[in-house]
Design a protein. Structure first.
Length: 274
């Protein structure tokens, strides 16, 4: 019997490299679905998503709107290539899943210009989402204690507390601000949440994001910001709204920290100085 022809897919370089390094063998199906399938690749969640599903940074991307018969087949790796059923999915194009690099000073300055209004764009996340996240987060800046209250908080494949953390982490990666204490707390708690959500938190720690999140960051401080925020917030049931609120909280924290930073000391002139 002639094997099925390979289906070309696109993928971030990290996904391609993980497949290349994976041993041959079967993979457990974590979640099957018409538009997206998620698999356990040695403790890391590998997705296969159609064009109607969220293009998560841990997934192979199929151009078709749904996966059709691929959604119900078994999964295995052979020679660094994922097979769904007996159909090989070969990476033909690489896509960049990295968050855009932003200059923190420029970003905050644009956000506080009179034409842009407040420090962050008006929230477009539903009030219930904001209240749910803020109840665990608290009023202050994010720290290890708040991380412990957020990881795994909520229902579904990506709990809402994790979505907010992903947004906060990715925003900090975008502006190049290190967050070692929060990073360590998140990594220590990854086993508490779902495999997909733990993988997406790992991606956020490395600055890998959804295309809609990258577009929102690129639009910060521009007339396109509100439209990009609304597009991001519309992803999934609450995932996009959680990402957006996490990023907005990060922006507010960074703006507050910048405003409250003490001015550098003025140089003291000593006798005889010019």
């Amino acid at each position: 019997m002639t094997p099925p022809p390979a289906i070309p897919v696109s993928a971030p370089p990290g996904v391609r490299d993980r497949l290349r390094a994976a041993p041959d063998g079967g993979l457990r199906v974590v979640h099957p679905g018409r538009h997206a399938v998620y698999l356990d690749l040695d403790g890391w969640c590998l997705g296969v998503v159609g064009s109607r599903a969220a293009a998560v940074p841990c997934a192979l991307r199929v151009a078709a709107p749904d996966l059709g018969p691929l959604a119900t087949g078994s999964a295995y790796v052979r020679g660094g290539v994922l097979h769904l059923g007996d159909t090989p999915l070969r990476v033909g194009r690489l896509v960049d899943a990295r968050a855009p690099r932003l200059d923190l000073g420029d970003t905050l300055r644009h956000l506080t210009e009179p034409t842009m209004g407040p420090t962050t764009a008006p929230a477009v996340s539903p009030a219930a989402v904001v209240e749910f996240i803020d109840a665990a987060w608290g009023a202050g800046p994010l720290g290890p204690d708040a991380v412990a209250r957020l990881v795994g908080r909520g229902d579904g494949l990506t709990p809402l507390g994790d979505d907010a953390l992903c947004g906060w982490l990715a925003l900090h990666r975008s502006v190049g601000e290190p967050t070692p204490a929060v990073d360590a707390a998140v990594r220590a708690l990854l086993p508490r949440t779902t495999l997909l959500s733990a993988t997406l938190l790992d991606c956020a720690l490395r600055g890998e994001v959804l295309p809609e999140f990258a577009a929102y960051l690129t639009a910060l401080g521009t007339p396109d910001e509100l439209a990009r925020a609304a597009t991001l917030a519309a992803i999934g049931h609450t995932s996009g709204a959680g990402l957006l609120h996490g990023a907005q909280r990060a922006l507010a924290e960074l703006a507050r920290r910048t405003t409250e930073a003490p001015a550098p000391p003025r140089p003291t002139l000593t006798r005889g100085a010019a």
